[in-house]
Design a protein around this ligand. Structure first.
Ligand SMILES: Nc1ncnc2c1ncn2[C@@H]1O[C@H](COP(=O)(O)OP(=O)(O)O)[C@@H](O)[C@H]1O
Ligand SMILES: [Mg+2]
Length: 250
C-alpha cells in the first residue's frame, strides 16, 4: 500500500549503537484513527524506534512518512508543528512549574524555538487549549498546583495531556501507564479511548501492561531484538507462540 494512504508509514528503519543493532529493518503503516500497540521485551528497540520516528535520533537507514510526506531530518519541534505529539518513557513534567504552565510550555515547545519558549509572550490561544486539556483529563482541581506535588499517576496523566498540545493528529505514547496504579490505569485508558473517538486521532502506544494494551489497542506489533516478529489483533497476538516464546524466553 502507498505511504500516502496512512497517517504514519515507517519504512526499513534501522538503528545501531556501536555493535548493538537496536532496530533492524522495521516497516509498518498506521491508519487514521487507529490505536496501534507496540510491545516487546525490555531492550527490544521500542523507545529507539519512537526516537527515530520523532527526530530525536537519526536512523542509520530507512524513512518515515507522516500523512504521506517524508519527515527525514525534521526535528521534534518541526514534527510537532505537523501535529505529531509524544510522551517519553521518563516523565518530562517540570516539577517546579504549575500544571497549567507545564501544558502551556508543552504547547510553546510545539510552536516555537527554545528562545521563544523562554522569552516569548504567553500565548492566549495556548492557555485556552491547555485549559481544555486540563478539563478533558480532569486535572482542573490541580490546575495551579506545582506539578511536583502531584501523585505519580497524576503526573503521568499530565505528561500525557502535554503530548496532546501538538494537536490531535498523531500521538506516540511511550509507556503511559508505567508505574501507574490500577485505578489511574483504567482512567487513563478510558480518557485515551474517548479522545481517540471524539477527535478521530491516531495513537501508537508502547506499553508493558498487557491488559492495558490488549483492551486499548485495535492492532498490535511485537518487537523482539529490534525486529517485528508478529502483528495482529489483540486476540491473535495473545495466542501467537512466537510472542509467548519471546516473552518467556527473554
Ligand atoms: N543511546 C543509546 N546508546 C547505546 N545503546 C542504546 C541507547 N539507547 C538504547 N540503547 C540500546 O538499544 C537497545 C534497545 O533499547 P530501547 O529502544 O530502549 O528498548 P525498549 O524501549 O524496547 O526497552 C538496548 O540494547 C539498549 O541498551
Ligand atoms: Mg523503552
Amino acid at each position: 500500500m502507498s505511504t500516502t494512504d496512512h497517517v504514519l508509514s515507517v519504512r526499513n528503519i534501522s538503528k545501531s549503537f556501536g555493535a548493538i543493532h537496536a532496530v533492524r529493518d522495521v516497516s509498518f503503516d498506521v491508519e487514521k484513527g487507529e490505536v496501534l500497540g507496540l510491545i516487546g521485551p525490555n531492550g527490544s528497540g521500542k523507545s529507539t524506534l519512537f526516537n527515530c520516528i520523532l527526530g530525536q535520533l537519526t536512523p542509520n537507514s530507512g524513512e518515515v512518512f507522516v500523512d504521506g510526506k517524508s519527515v527525514a531530518g525534521k526535528s521534534a519541534y518541526q514534527l510537532s508543528r505537523l501535529g505529531v505529539g509524544r510522551t517519553f518513557q521518563q516523565l518530562s513534567v517540570f516539577p517546579q512549574m504549575t500544571v497549567i504552565d507545564n501544558i502551556i510550555m508543552a504547547g510553546q515547545e510545539h510552536r516555537g524555538s527554545m528562545v521563544s519558549r523562554l522569552f516569548g509572550k504567553p500565548d492566549a490561544g495556548l492557555t485556552e487549549a491547555a485549559d481544555q486539556l486540563i478539563e478533558f483529563f480532569r486535572l482542573g482541581h490541580l490546575r495551579d498546583q506545582m506539578a511536583g506535588s502531584l501523585s505519580y499517576g497524576q503526573q503521568k496523566l499530565l505528561d500525557a495531556a502535554m503530548a496532546f498540545m501538538a494537536g490531535p493528529g498523531l500521538v506516540l505514547l511511550d509507556e503511559p501507564a508505567g508505574g501507574v496504579n490500577l485505578t489511574m490505569l483504567e482512567y487513563l485508558k478510558e480518557r485515551l479511548q474517548t479522545y481517540n473517538r471524539e477527535h478521530d486521532s491516531t495513537f501508537v502506544v508502547i506499553e508493558h501492561n498487557m491488559e492495558f494494551v490488549m483492551s486499548l489497542c485495535t492492532r498490535i506489533i511485537v518487537l523482539a531484538e529490534g525486529q517485528i516478529i508478529a502483528e495482529g489483533t489483540p486476540d491473535e497476538i495473545r495466542n501467537n507462540q512466537q510472542v509467548i516464546d519471546a516473552y518467556l524466553g527473554g
